[in-house]
Design a protein around this ligand. Structure first.
Ligand SMILES: [Zn+2]
Ligand SMILES: [Zn+2]
Length: 204
């Protein structure tokens, strides 16, 4: 039964992607990097589910440079879950907005709770910390909804090391290293903005 449900979910996700990225606009990952002309590996947009024509194709290197700038100017606080392969989106979600849309989802309150324990300075370089890095063993296309529903503390943090406080530069170094090592491609990567939230690999 569970397999039928998963197969249906996968089919619906595929149909959604086909509808979203129709024949007119090629996937960002099939285009050339909008900054340097190398083959793109990701799409970048300001928020999840942006219209395909407004998603900028970027190579690994230009994505890292873009995120370095965006993560450095963000002065709020965010939990950042390590990238994983197999999901199309790596997006920042505002905790308050998320709670308004999904009042039964535990991740917004859990994000606030985790961030209240964040150290004031980066554990790698001593600059002010704005991010709480959480490793992602156990997270995949089947489990990400459970992380959203139940929160990070009772799911990912049960099987991963304790979270680490990071500055913007070090957070992006962690993200870039993980994307490169796991050979990940994302259709949409969206930067942090506003005050408080979480960055999570997710489906549409
Ligand atoms: Zn590039
Ligand atoms: Zn740092």
């Amino acid at each position: 039964m569970i397999f039928i449900v998963l197969a249906m979910a996968a089919a619906i996700a595929t149909l959604f992607l086909l509808a979203k990225f129709g024949k007119k606009t090629p996937l960002p990952t099939e285009q050339l990097c909008s900054q340097c002309g190398a083959p793109a590996r990701h799409g970048h947009s300001m928020h999840a589910e942006t219209e395909p024509e407004d998603i900028k194709p970027l190579c690994n290197k230009c994505l890292t440079t873009t995120l370095q700038r965006e993560y450095s100017i963000f002065l709020g606080r965010a939990v950042v879950i390590e990238p994983v392969d197999g999901l199309p989106c790596y997006a920042f979600q505002d905790a308050k907005d998320w709670k308004e849309h999904f009042p039964n989802s535990a991740i917004s309150d859990d994000t606030e709770k985790l961030l209240s324990g964040m150290k004031t300075s980066c554990s790698c370089c001593d600059k002010p910390a704005h991010y709480l890095w959480v490793e992602s063993a156990g997270l995949d296309a089947k489990t990400f909804t459970q992380v959203l529903d139940d929160g990070i503390s009772v799911t990912l943090l049960k099987e991963n090391p304790p979270p680490v406080s990071l500055c913007g530069k070090c957070a992006v170094e962690h993200i870039a290293k993980s994307i490169e090592k796991k050979n990940i491609r994302y259709l949409e990567v969206c930067p942090p903005k506003g005050e408080t939230g979480f960055v999570i690999p997710m489906g549409y």
